[in-house]
Design a protein around this ligand. Sequence first.
Ligand SMILES: [Fe+2]
Length: 347
Amino acid sequence: MAISDADLVIAWKQVLEMCRVRDGEQIAILTSDDSNPQIVRTCRIAIAQLGGILTMINLPPINGEKALSRDKSGYVGKTPLAFNTAALAGLMAADMIIDTMQLLFSKEQEDILKTGTRILLAVEPPEVMMRMLPTAEGKTRVLNAEKVMSAARVMTVTSDAGTDFTCGLGQYPVLTQYGLADEPGRWDHWPSCFVARWPDEGSSNGTIVIDAGDILLPFKMYAREKVILTIKDGIVTDIDGGFTAEYMLRFMESFNDPDAFAMAHVGWGLEPRAHWTTLGLYDREAGLSMDSRSFAGNFLFSTGPNTEAGGDRDTPCHLDIPLRGCSLSLDGEPMTVNGKVVRADQQ
Ligand SMILES: [Fe+2]
């Protein structure tokens, strides 16, 4: 169902207030040709009502001929900001940016955040944003998970499907996503609710089995049958199975970049309002499918870049793969068992 402008303005006001937008703050909305016009126009109104001083920065898209689809997550290479020093200076001067273009995975995003500017990404369909309006409870769940993740040094993941994976933790910071950019220098994405971390370089080892029905992003498809990944010292060295495995392998190979096979963030979903089933209801280019990344109890692992964690592996090939039915432990303490969050303070 469509969302009315009035409802989205009210939601924006609530989210921006939770992001601590104050009267007189410099707020920039970053747009490109594929920004959702309803998200942009309703956000403008909410910023005005809160007394924010608004700047619109519109950048023409680049890399359309290199990207393999219109999907914002299908090609995470350079953004238009990489070559636009005027826009970069403007965005760095803002207190907060509403990003409807998608700067994620760019060096420029990290540079902007270092100046204390906070960034809220808003690129999902409005009805998904409304269904998963960020809440204080969601934030608490994510911060409780962060506490355990920060102290942990080893993650282990097993499943009945055959996953038996381990990695070291500590080299990179914990990534928290609860849908609010409410601290200086914080990036977040409305809607999202999960915790993740990049494994220590070279420490990931074992087998990850994608079972039939598990989700592969950015393809936005459910696996048709098992895919068996072998991981050695931080690199996916083998992808075995049927059609789904071959599709995944050929996609990754098409980037001609060995960094595409590196392990990236690992973590688990914490959002009961997100659903494994939702992906089946949407056209592929309608959104990023944050439901798939956030549904409670998933084991979300990924491959490719680590720039978001402060590393220098800047490959444009990034896969996010949420698995069901996994048991994830940190230093031997269970966080999920058979795909269910087990700690009361994360439920
Ligand atoms: Fe990711």
